[in-house]
Design a protein around this ligand. Structure first.
Ligand SMILES: Cc1ncc(COP(=O)(O)O)c(C=O)c1O
Length: 403
């Protein structure tokens, strides 16, 4: 096959279903927070596979764990016990308020499983209640049921009719949750910070109020920590910063630093699955679990969450400085290393491509908003480099705009 620069992109465009607007970059290698294209051009990666490469690209701990595991045992069915699966479950339980774990392969699958678990709970404890309250601007995945859970028209409209059993209400509005609750409600499912919806922060006291409401109604609280979990916001789990404990947590993305995995964590009370109720062929695969175990072990043993707070705050203040310099920046927000910068016009794609030309990968989360979700191991040097590129790109845009 002809590997000349650009050839891969042309082939891909003819081969794949047209589900995403790709960025014209073929990544062939990654190390830490850097990736390289087929011509050897280097880029600073502040996308990290959509908040997945938590320890950066090819982190030695993860790479070693995966190599050892593929040389030992790649796969077996979940009717047998495997050691990496137990090790990952144990480290997750030890470092959270949860008691039990189910492994799957993605965030959508983890959320589907969490919804099934909540419905099972509803059948057993809430007279058959099955409905889940979720929020507008949320994102819970791409399966049909998770589109119904995801409160975004653009994801729902092309696929109507959707599975029933979900009510989408305003985020940060406890009264909306209260009004939507009925005797058919079995759970509320929320992101502690809405990632794909535009990096929307939960307002002070909101999650506490939701927890209190769920307790008063005897319904479950599911936190979708697919994006916020595993250190991204500066604690291993985002709920730790909210002063509440959920009944169920879903994880995926950063859990295995790039190897596909998902997980449902639940309290003993909510762990109501019985044999045969749920399952997955690949879920809990030993290679994925070895990568997950090395990732969580490294993060907890090396205070990577502490680094996220330090580096994230430093990055946030740099972005605020840019906001003070350029009036077309309307907002800067986020927590830890999940940050966003919003503009007064739909320029995110344009600025993203300018950043790309200057060696920085960023993500367009909305037409007027750029999101940053670099590996959790970055330091001030990488942040300074990214801020330098952003400043250059923004200053060129500003001068072009004011001409
Ligand atoms: C909060 C949240 N939940 C679920 C998902 C879906 O995860 P996956 O793409 O692994 O199915 C995402 C993906 O962006 C997400 O951000």
């Amino acid at each position: 096959m002809n590997t000349k620069a650009g050839r891969w992109q042309e082939l891909a465009d003819n081969l794949f279903m047209n589900t995403t607007t790709r960025i014209p970059l073929t990544i062939v290698k990654g190390r830490g927070a850097r990736v390289w294209d087929e011509k050897g051009q280097e880029y600073l990666d502040f996308v990290a596979g959509w908040a997945v490469d938590s320890l950066g690209h090819c982190h030695p701990a993860v790479t070693r764990g995966v190599i050892e595991q593929v040389q030992t045992l790649i796969h077996t069915s979940n009717q047998f016990y495997t050691i990496p699966q137990v090790q990952l479950a144990a480290i997750l339980v030890k470092n959270s308020c949860m008691d039990r774990v189910f492994f799957c392969n993605s965030g959508a699958e983890a959320n589907e499983g969490a919804v099934k678990l909540a419905r099972r709970y509803g059948k057993q404890h809430l007279k058959g209640a099955y409905e889940i309250i979720t929020t507008l601007s949320s994102f819970h995945g791409r399966t049909l049921a998770m589109i119904a859970a995801t409160g975004q028209d653009k994801h729902q409209q092309p696929y109507l009719p959707l599975p029933t059993g979900f009510i989408n209400v305003n985020y940060n509005d406890i009264e909306a949750i209260k009004s939507a609750t009925s005797k058919t409600t079995c759970a509320v499912m929320l992101e502690p910070l809405q990632g794909e919806g535009g990096v929307n922060i939960a307002s002070e006291g909101y999650l506490q109020a939701v927890r209190d409401w769920c307790d008063s109604q005897g319904i479950l609280l599911i936190l979708d920590e697919v994006q916020t979990g595993i250190g991204r916001l500066g604690t291993l789990f985002a709920y730790e910063q909210l002063g509440i404990e959920p009944d169920i947590i879903t994880l995926a993305k950063g859990l295995a630093s790039g190897i596909p995995i998902g997980a449902i964590l639940a309290s003993e009370k909510a762990s109501v699955f019985a044999p045969g109720d749920h399952g997955s062929t690949f879920g809990g695969n030993p290679v994925a679990c070895a990568a997950g175990y090395e990732t969580v072990k490294f993060i907890t043993e090396n205070d990577i969450a502490g680094n996220v707070i330090k580096t994230g705050n430093y990055f946030l203040s740099g972005l605020q400085r840019l906001k003070n310099m350029y009036p077309f920046i309307t907002d800067v927000r986020g927590r830890g290393l999940l940050l966003a910068i919003e503009f007064d016009a739909d320029v995110a794609q344009l600025l993203l491509l300018e950043c790309l030309k200057n060696g920085l990968l960023v993500n367009k989360v909305k037409s007027n908003t750029i999101r940053f979700m670099p590996p959790l191991i970055i330091g001030k040097e990488e942040v300074d480099e990214a801020l330098g590129i952003l400043e250059k790109v923004l200053s060129v845009y500003y001068h072009d705009k004011s001409r």
